[in-house]
Design a protein around this ligand. Sequence first.
Ligand SMILES: [Zn+2]
Ligand SMILES: [Zn+2]
Length: 484
Amino acid sequence: MSKVLKDGTVLMFDDTTKSIRVLPKASVLIENGRITAISENPDFQIPENAEVLNVYGKIISPGFINTHIHTWQTVYRTIGPNVFLSQYFEWLGHMSGATAAFTPDDVYISSLAGYLEGLHGGVTSYVEHAHNNWKETVVEPGFDAAMDSGARVWWCYDVADRKGFAMKEQWEALGKLGGKVTEGSLVQMGLSVDGLSGLFGNDPGGHLGYVPDMIRKLNIQAITMHHLGGPWPARKTAPSDIDLSTFQTTNIPIIYSHAPFLTDSDQTALREKDHFVSITPESEFHFGHGQTTGHLITDQASLGLDTNWTFSGDMLSQTRLWLQNVRLTKSHRTLEAGRLPRTNPFPVEEAFLMATRQGGRALRRDDIGVIKVGAKADLVVFNGDSPNMLGWSDPIAAVVLHANPGDVEHVLVDGEFRKRNFKLVDRVIAWEKMRERFLEASRRIQKQIKEPPPMPERLWGVGEFGDVEMASTKCYGCGPRGTQ
Ligand SMILES: [Zn+2]
Ligand SMILES: [Zn+2]
C-alpha cells in the first residue's frame, strides 16, 4: 500500500548542490518501498488508496546509516565502562574466551537487540562486521537476527581460520546463508576481511585464490575491515598498500573501519579508488584507538558506531560527538598558531550528511541516506515538540544538536513502519518476549565473564604498552593507577 507523509518539514537532498534543501512544508509519497513524489503543492493529489499520516510541524529526515557495528555483543551492556582496546580484545572480543559463554540463541537475541536499538533511534541501514565466527553454530543466528530485524543490513561475515572451524568450513557456512538472500532482501551479503588480512602478502596455502570466486558466487555487495595503523600492530590493511585487485573488487564498495592514523598516501588511495573510512567517534575516544586523521578525510568518510554495548547506540550521538571533535581539532590548529578562529570549521549540515548520505556513498548506493524522488523510503520522523527540541527553526540543527532517540516518532524502512508513534513495531518476536530473553542472556553471560583476564606483556606478542596519565577528581598528576 502507498503512504503519504503529509505536510512535514522535509530534509530533501539536492543532487545538483550536493546539499540538503529544506522544504518547510511538503508531502512525501511512498510507493513500493520508494519515494515516488515530494510535493510542496497544498493541492497535491494523494492516491486514493494511500495511507495518510499528517506530520505537520515535524521533521522528515532520511534514515541514518551506521557503517560499522558488531551487534552480537549487545548483551555485554555496561560490563566494561572503563575498558580499553587491548583489554577488550583479550576479554570480550571475538577471539577471547568470553565467546564460550554464548549459545547460538544468545547470539541471535543479542544481535537483534542491537538492531532494534538503532531502529528505535532512526538508524535504518547497517554495515555489520559479523565476526561471530568462533564456531559454526553461531554464524547463522547472527545472520537471522539481521533478517528478522527489519533493518537494511550489509551483513559482512568475517571469514577466518578458527580452531575447530576452518576457513573452508566457514566459506561453506556462508554459502548456505547466501541462499536466503534474494535480490530484494533488506539484508545483503558482504565480507569482512580481518580474518583474511593475515594472508595479505603472505599466503603460502593459496587461500586467497578462491576469494574472487566466492565473492561472485555469494554476490558480495560490500567489503569491510578494521584498520588501525600508527603504533598499532601492522596488519597490512592500510588503504595505500592493500591490494584488493586480487579479489576483483573494482565495483564492490570497500570500507575501512576506524583508520585513525591515515598517511598521506592512504588518503590519496581512498580518493583515487573511491573507498571509504567508517569513523566511529565514540569508540575511538572510549577505547583509545585514537583518531588523528579523520578530520582530514571528510569527503571519503561515513560514520559508524562499533560497540553499542559500551556507549551510545544511536547515530545522533555519534554525529554530535564527531561534529564537535572536528570543530575542536580544527580550531586548535588556529589557536596553537596563536590566532583566533575566524570561522566555524565544520557546519552541522556536513555532520548530518556524514551520518546519512556518506553512508550511501560508502556503499555506492545513491538511493539510501537521502530523500529524493527514486530513493528508498528509509525515513525518520522527528516529533520536534519535546522540551529539548521545542522552538526549532533550523531542522538540521534541531536533529544534529538537539534530538535524541526519544524524539524519533516514526521510522520506516523500505516504506514500512519499524517504529510508529514512538514504539517499535513488533515483528518476529514481540518486544516483551524479546526483552525477557535478552535480559536472561545478558545476566547469565555477564555473570560468567565478569572478571577481565590479566593483560599479556604485549598486544598480540608485538604491541608495546605505555603508561597512561589518569584524570581524577581526587588527585593531581596521578600515576597510571590513580595513585599520586
Ligand atoms: Zn569494530
Ligand atoms: Zn574497533
